[in-house]
Design a protein around this ligand. Structure first.
Ligand SMILES: *Cc1c(COP(=O)(O)O)cnc(C)c1O
Length: 401
């Protein structure tokens, strides 16, 4: 049977994913169990969503309480948990207002709409373009796929939404091209996730932030993957010492509960008024309760300290292997968003690691993407590193044969 075998029930589901031959039925902390009761160390974290691991007790308790109170009521009514989350997010960030939705793409859609409306409200109706960067990933909807500067994501969907201009990522030389009189906003990831775990260069980001503020161009940081503690700060922009105008969040915000958010500073946020944007499910009591409990937990110092500690441990260990293994081309990332670029495809490595009961991801064809929960323990990290080392030693022997 091939590794990517189709299972029987795939016939009634659209064929949009290559699935692994594993059925997960139970999770707790950093571990998942299959229908065969096989236990795995889950360093995929549901693609950076389960930042506190599976079923964190702090969130479980609040969510089950809310389950017995009210599930949904629509945004026609006051939602106390939404208010509480918005207040919490503004206390913890440089932003003053939040809009809630259900996914990363939707959060970016909201940010893009806000940027367009802002230009018009400022009397800059000639500013219709948004700049994004090569190898970025901003979502799969009609507009966010156009914001995503990757040819393979556009393929088959032309004509794509107009109004996006692409510049090379981390390229200081081309920063001046951002301001051509037509640009209303820049959208960027501070660590490109799907594009191959590529951290942005701090100087590059700071220069963009400076230009944006001088020219009244909005700086939108897409923190859908980096936000909620993943990089070792609650939000990655703090580590770049900038203050963006807009930030989007989703993946890690709700401990696996579908939720997205778009945050903005007041002078920008006022461009949204009743009737300009909305969502049926966005900000509903269950999602807000999950997100509030998640953010309250992650913003405790012990979680972020653990991210920094485990991250240092993993990076220093990987750095010490660097010259030992000819097939490691690069090790990069930030916090517990870690990529190992390999000389060649990585699917076989992932399969071998599954044989040792460890789950990790890819980012592009050649990068192993490691996403431990933010509260992963010393013991788990040690097991992971020891096992990865063994797998690499075996591979090196094969290469040198
Ligand atoms: C995953 C991701 C998105 C899209 O999020 P969805 O919830 O899948 O729509 C957007 N931006 C970044 C940086 C992401 O990692």
């Amino acid at each position: 049977m091939s590794d990517m075998a189709m299972t029987a029930n795939d016939r009634s589901i659209m064929n949009t994913y290559q699935r692994l031959p594993l059925t997960l039925t139970r999770g707790k902390g950093s571990y998942v169990w299959t229908d065969q009761e096989e236990k795995f160390l889950d360093y995929t974290s549901g693609i950076a969503t389960l930042n506190l691991g599976h079923i964190p007790p702090e969130v479980h308790g609040k969510l089950t309480e809310q389950m017995d109170q009210l599930w949904h009521c629509s945004n026609l009514f006051d939602i106390p948990a939404q208010q509480a989350l918005a207040t919490k997010l503004t206390e913890l960030s440089c932003f003053t207002q939040s809009f809630f939705c259900n996914s990363g793409a939707e959060a970016n859609e909201a940010a893009i709409k806000l940027a367009k409306k802002y230009a018009k409200d400022q009397g800059n109706s000639e500013r219709t373009e948004i700049v994004s960067f090569t190898e970025s990933f901003h979502g799969r909807t009609g507009t966010t796929l156009a914001a995503t500067a990757q040819e393979k994501i556009h393929q088959g969907f032309t004509p794509i939404t107009p109004g996006f201009r692409y510049l090379p990522f981390n390229d200081i030389e081309s920063i001046d091209e951002i301001h051509n009189g037509k640009t209303t906003a820049v959208i960027l990831e501070l660590v490109q996730g799907e594009g191959g775990v590529r951290p942005a260069n701090k100087e590059w980001v700071q220069k963009i932030a400076k230009l944006c503020s001088q020219e009244d161009i909005l700086l939108i940081v897409d923190e859908v993957q980096t936000g909620a503690g993943r990089t070792g700060a609650l939000f990655a922009y703090e580590q770049f010492e900038i203050e963006p105008d807009v930030m989007t969040l989703a993946k890690g915000l709700g401990s696996g509960f579908p939720v997205g958010a778009m945050l903005a500073k007041e002078h920008v946020a006022t461009s949204f008024q009743p009737g300009t944007h909305g969502s049926t499910f966005g900000g509903n009591p269950l999602a807000m309760t999950a997100a509030l409990a998640t953010i309250e937990t992650i913003s405790q110092p012990n979680i972020l300290q653990n991210v920094q500690r485990q991250s240092e441990k993993i990076f220093s260990e990987l750095a010490s292997w660097d010259r030992k293994f000819s097939f490691i081309k690069d090790v990069r990332g930030k916090g517990l968003l870690i990529g190992i670029e390999m000389d060649g495809a990585v699917h076989d490595f992932l399969k071998t690691l599954r044989g040792y009961n460890i789950l990790v991801l890819v980012a592009g064809p050649n990068v192993i993407r490691i996403l431990p929960p933010l509260n992963t323990s010393d013991e788990e990290v040690n097991y992971f590193l020891t096992t990865l080392y063994e797998v690499f030693i075996a591979q090196e022997k094969e290469v040198s044969l």
